[in-house]
Design a binder for this molecule. Structure first.
Ligand code: GLA
Length: 812
């Protein structure tokens, strides 16, 4: 049907004959010259017609073009069965200039929906101050998705996890020392309510019910991992409703926690990385009828500094995806495109495994938005299951890629020569008490002359550098919970600096209450140090603008400092800053904070989006907290994400020296685990007391030499989970660190999709194997929860017979 001609418009619109002249008189006729009857009838008709027209317009604008409901068996889009083929893409992890490109890639992969988290700390960086601009302009992201033919599943939080700083929570919540996040703490709920109201205002209009692309909205995130309070989930659900969300609301959880916090008025979906059949069976226990959906299906996994780069198992991924497609189940691939965690966005996995800034995630669409073998295999698989008439478009063109030849850095700004005006404080306090979210704080005080002595504090989050009169003496390191440094004797009063870098706040478990900086008191030789100067170094644009640079001398530059170089670029394009000659810190290109780097790897390059470069001179600033011996700026035309360099780690060992041999501890329990992947709860005949907990595997169900554990949690004598705050791995006989990340910390990070695994790529030591936890203090242990390695039945390392040891270190 063709659009109507001008004059004809009227006739067309209403089907009645109205002379053109009448129209022009409309403006006037009504009030002034007394018209004849025919004139009155015409005018009235016109008014009715206009009112009718306005009515139509408004109804068309608000009448949803589409409807989406959760049917008895399927999702129904416009009344027809709709299998959600969704993939996760975080707007915050993609340069806005590339949102359309990445969404076109998602469409070309065969997805019909994208799923996106909101990160509260990005949207409300200060209490009551909302920011929806730039990378936080999620409304624009949704609009582009709609333009590219994609629906949207929105995950506004308030908690997201996602390896994002504090799981998305704004750190200012922690200024209140008593706040209890993810509970019905009124302080917390008030803040959530204000945030959700704003989310409703900004994104409510983009719901399918208003003509937008948003199909469903998630309440919280995997709450079952954290608590069982269904009322809390109810409060959040109501906030979303009160904020104008009228599309279906849902909740996601891993299979072992689907019932925790469950409510009938929240549609449940299950998250898993393997065993779809088993996971959907568990889901059917709380959802006897209705569409089955996997809320997060992992094609890869995220990386943490110092651990092996994660690569997903392609065959298993494709087999499980095929299973879901064939069975008509809906799913969301987490991540379809991981992207990059720019700026201060990275989180940390528990107990304290800081996440890398690359969030490539071995996803089908690579960090720089490139197609991969996994992309094409996924696309081909989807093509086999398309509803009639649906096609998959070609991928968009690859963005230009360049490299940049090495440029020597000539200017640097030593941090100690660029300190701001200090704040005086009797005792050192956390970042949050100084209203500082990110960056570093230099805590300075005077120390008297005296013999060699140890300076220490109960906790220093996260990495501390201890200087005496500007000379670095040593490091404190939260990874190994080593919070002390031995200072040499001094014959006169000296200046002590404890320079503390906050890495990402833990994004999972109760540890999200992650206050940065020094947890005092600080003592020297047991005597408390008071009278501190606090130098706040938020590493923000304002700070960078005031740095005073000086020439880099031939001897390089010792100590933390900013290094600046100008690189000339002919034709801007994507590239990867080569960080091999740098230590640890942040990098900026033309003012864009690219995020964190750390020479221990596995990531050795930082993604630089082409649109952030310009023809001609480009300013590169690199903060190196360790000080660079060879400050050179260069960029490669490919990423390096899989190169561990443990020899460069400033911490001699990743773990405190084991103070106890597990065999010195008393055996408190011995038994056989059940086969399979289900979570198993074990109660001891009588509670045991001790600071150390060890499990010894005697053999495995597959008869092989390996042991593996996805998760182990301890229970107190009432059966309640013990807090894992301060836990570290005291000792382990073997862990695979080359062929995959089988590090022991995976058994206590709360995530069941990764696992501790004994060596297999080189040596293959046989049972017995042991893993000893240092609980940080003596506690009463009444039992434990053991989650075997997840996945299909033939996975290696599922422990069969075992012994448990609990006790304190034998007196020296
Ligand atoms: C969980 C969370 C996600 C993300 C993945 C791991 O399932 O819900 O936000 O943290 O784990 O990448």
């Amino acid at each position: 049907m063709n659009p109507p001609a001008k004059g004809q418009a009227f006739r067309f619109l209403f089907g009645a004959e109205i002379p053109l002249s009448a129209r022009s008189s409309l403006a006037y006729a009504l009030p002034i010259n007394a018209p004849n009857m025919k004139h009155i009838v015409q005018t009235l008709l016109l008014i009715c017609a206009l009112v009718f027209a306005a009515g139509c317009v408004t109804t068309t604008r608000h009448t949803p073009q589409h409807t989406f409901v959760i049917g008895t068996n399927d999702f129904l889009l416009d009344g027809r069965t709709f299998q959600i083929r969704c993939g996760e893409v975080h707007a915050a992890r993609v340069p806005p200039e590339y949102w359309r490109h990445r969404l076109q890639m998602a469409k070309a992969m065969g997805l019909n929906t994208v799923c996106a988290y909101l990160f509260w700390n990005q949207i409300e960086p200060r209490p009551g101050q909302f920011n929806w601009s730039g990378a936080a302009n999620v409304a624009e992201f949704c609009r582009i998705a709609q333009e590219e033919g994609l629906w949207v599943v929105l995950r506004p939080g308030p908690y997201a996890c996602a390896e994002w700083e504090m799981g998305g929570f704004p750190s200012w919540l922690l200024k209140d020392n008593d706040i209890k996040l993810r509970t019905r703490d009124p302080q917390y709920l008030d803040a959530v309510k204000r945030y959700m109201r704003e989310v409703g205002r900004e994104l409510g209009p983009l719901q399918i019910t208003k003509g937008g692309p948003i199909l469903m909205v998630q309440v919280e995130n995997e709450y079952g991992f954290y608590g069982k309070d269904a009322e809390y989930m109810g409060e959040l659900r109501q906030m979303l409703v009160d904020s104008g969300f009228d599309v279906p609301l849902f909740a996601c959880n891993p299979k072992d926690h689907l019932k925790d916090g469950w409510r009938a008025d929240l549609f449940p979906v299950v998250n898993f990385g393997s065993d779809p059949a088993g996971s959907f069976r568990a889901l059917r226990e709380i959802l006897p009828q209705g569409p089955l959906m996997c809320g997060e299906f992992y094609p890869g996994w995220f990386d943490t500094w110092g651990a092996t780069h994660h690569l997903g198992k392609m065959d298993a991924y494709l087999k499980d995806l095929d299973y879901m497609l064939k069975s008509g189940a809906s799913f969301s691939i987490y991540m379809a495109h991981g992207g990059t965690t720019f700026g201060f966005g990275t989180g940390a996995d528990r107990p304290f495994k800081p996440d890398t800034s690359s969030y490539d995630y071995d996803a089908p669409i690579s960090e720089a938005g490139w197609t991969t073998d996994k992309f094409f295999k996924t696309r081909d698989l989807f093509a086999k299951y398309l509803p009639p008439g649906e096609t998959i478009p070609e991928p968009p063109a690859k963005n230009p890629v360049i490299s940049i030849a090495p440029v020597a850095v000539t200017q640097w700004a030593p941090i100690f020569a660029n300190l701001p005006t200090p704040v005086a404080d009797e005792q050192p306090r956390n970042f949050e008490q100084y209203d500082q979210s990110y960056g570093c704080i230099d805590y300075r005080t005077k120390i008297p002359a005296g013999p060699a002595a140890t300076v220490e504090a109960p906790a220093i989050n996260d990495i501390g550098q201890v200087f005496v009169d500007g000379v670095r003496i040593g490091f404190t390191d939260r990874r190994s919970r080593n919070f002390k440094v031995r200072l040499p004797a001094s014959t006169q009063e000296a200046t002590l600096d404890i320079f503390v870098e906050a890495m990402g706040r833990v994004n999972f478990g109760p540890e999200v209450h992650d206050r940065k900086g020094i947890h005092g008191p600080v003592t020297l030789g047991g005597r408390e140090l008071t009278g501190w100067q606090i130098f706040n170094l938020p590493l923000d644009d304002r700070m960078l603008a005031h740095l005073k640079y000086r020439p880099v001398t031939s001897t390089g530059a010792a100590g933390p400092g900013f290094y600046q170089a100008v690189v000339t670029v002919e034709k801007p394009g994507d590239c990867f800053l080569d960080m091999h000659s740098w230590g640890k810190g942040f990098a900026w290109v033309n003012g864009h904070n690219l995020g964190r780097y750390w020479n221990i790897g596995p990531q050795q390059t930082m993604y630089v989006p082409g649109p952030w470069l310009k023809r001609g001179n480009n300013k590169v600033v690199i903060l190196d907290l360790l000080g660079s011996e060879q400050p050179v700026v260069a960029a490669l035309d490919h990423p390096v994400l899989n190169e561990l360099r443990p020899q460069l780690d400033f911490a001699r060992s990743r773990r405190p020296v084991a103070k106890v041999k597990f065999s010195q501890l008393p055996v408190v329990y011995a038994a056989t685990f059940a086969p399979g992947s289900g979570l198993q709860e074990v109660k001891f005949d009588r509670p045991a007391q001790g600071r150390y907990f060890a499990i010894e595997s005697l053999n495995a169900f597959d008869g092989g030499p390996y042991a593996a554990i996805a998760e182990i949690a301890l229970l107190d004598d009432t059966g309640k989970p013990l807090s894992e705050e301060g836990w570290t791995i005291a000792d382990v006989d073997s862990e695979e660190r080359t062929g995959e990340d089988g590090t022991a910390e995976n058994a206590i990070d709360g995530q069941t999709a990764n696992f501790w695994h004994t060596e297999w790529s080189d040596r293959k030591p046989a049972h017995p194997h042991h893993l000893t936890l240092d609980l940080g203090k003596s506690v009463t242990v009444g039992g434990f929860r053991y989650t075997p390695r997840q996945g299909a039945d033939n996975v290696t390392g599922r422990i069969k017979d075992y012994r448990i040891y609990v006790g304190d270190a034998p007196k020296p």
